[in-house]
Design a protein around this ligand. Structure first.
Ligand code: NAD
Length: 301
């Protein structure tokens, strides 16, 4: 029988691609509940779903920040199929800004989506999976969930929190044949960066360097970081498509014994290897810090 899956954040990007790839599985292995916060944005998904719409792909409302929405979506799927085999926690938001200026409301809004949304939805499906004695949960974290980028403190914290949650859960639930994993994409070609400025009223990513209420040294550091990490040729080369990430997620769901963590490319795996091999964290900091110090902040020997 096809496995019943719930995926969050499917109006765009990685969620949309994953939902469609699973729904179009040649062996018809999945019935996908492609959920989204705002059903008015379902046009792209409907188009991409094509003939699978209302056959192997069903579009449902689910706002991960609302308990009532989570409960209703899970209940509807369970009532219809009497099981839930897969949860893909994909919905997420980016954020970037000088930490001195990020408001409490902005940080909490981000955690509500990236962390508490995952926790609450997971809490809702776990009892079902436990009774079934089977289940798969995979969360879209980020490479920022294992190495934190400068000026992305709150985003990194939310994804680190997600990683800790995933790791803890993955061990305690394996005796129930429930496998919990995360996947850590690097840069992906989606509306992710464009969306940063909108829904949560986060400071707009690309205007960070122009922020008026911050000292000029910080702006200088930030400018150097942008040059080093974002405007570099390797950044573009590393960019993956949402389909590439979707195939890593689908692959993980089809692995007999899923890993705890999935890098999304060989390059990302090599990156993670470097990071995990140095327990002091010095190697990671030292690849960046020497390149971003403005002359005015260089320590005199
Ligand atoms: P995206 O902006 O296209 O997708 C994010 C989706 O989450 C959107 O469809 C958005 O509507 C949805 N969402 C936001 N708040 C929600 C809520 N309250 N309830 C339900 N859905 C909500 O960008 P994407 O790149 O496809 O992002 C998907 C995931 O991938 C995110 O968790 C993101 O952190 C992660 N990620 C993205 C990148 C990248 O470079 N694009 C890199 C690493 C990780």
């Amino acid at each position: 029988a096809p496995r019943v899956a719930i995926i969050t954040g499917c109006s765009s990007g990685i969620g949309l691609s994953t939902a469609v790839m699973m729904a179009k599985d040649p062996s018809k292995g999945y019935i996908v509940y492609a959920t989204m916060r705002n059903l008015a944005k379902k046009g792209d998904l409907e188009k991409a779903a094509g003939a699978t719409l209302n056959k192997t792909l069903f579009i449902t409302q689910l706002d991960v920040t609302r308990g009532d929405s989570i409960k209703r979506a899970v209940k509807d799927v369970f009532t219809k199929h009497k099981r839930i085999d897969i949860l893909v926690n994909n919905a997420g938001h980016g954020s970037s800004g000088y930490i001195e200026l990020v408001t409490d409301q902005q940080m909490r809004a981000l955690f509500d989506v990236n962390f508490f949304g995952v926790v609450h939805l997971t809490q809702e499906v776990l009892p079902i999976m436990k009774k079934q004695r089977s289940g798969r949960i995979i969360s879209v974290s980020s490479v920022g969930g294992i190495t934190a980028w400068p000026f992305g403190e709150i985003y990194a914290a939310s994804k680190f929190a997600l990683e800790g949650f995933t790791e803890s859960l993955s061990i305690g639930y394996r005796p129930f044949n429930i496998w919990v994993s995360s996947c850590q994409p690097g840069p992906v070609k989606t509306a992710f960066i464009a969306n940063m400025g909108s829904a949560n009223n986060q400071p707009e990513f690309l205007k960070l360097t122009e922020e008026k209420n911050i000292d000029k040294e910080s702006k200088e550091v930030c400018g150097k970081i942008f040059k080093l990490l974002i405007n570099s040729p390797t950044h573009d080369e590393e960019q993956q498509t949402p389909e590439e990430i979707a195939s890593v997620i689908k692959g993980a769901l089809e692995d007999e014994k899923p890993h705890l963590r999935y890098a999304t490319s060989k390059l990302r795996l090599d990156y993670a290897k470097k990071y995990f091999v140095d327990p002091t964290g010095d190697a990671f900091c030292d690849t960046i810090v020497p390149h971003i110090i403005p002359d005015s902040l260089k320590q005199k020997k």
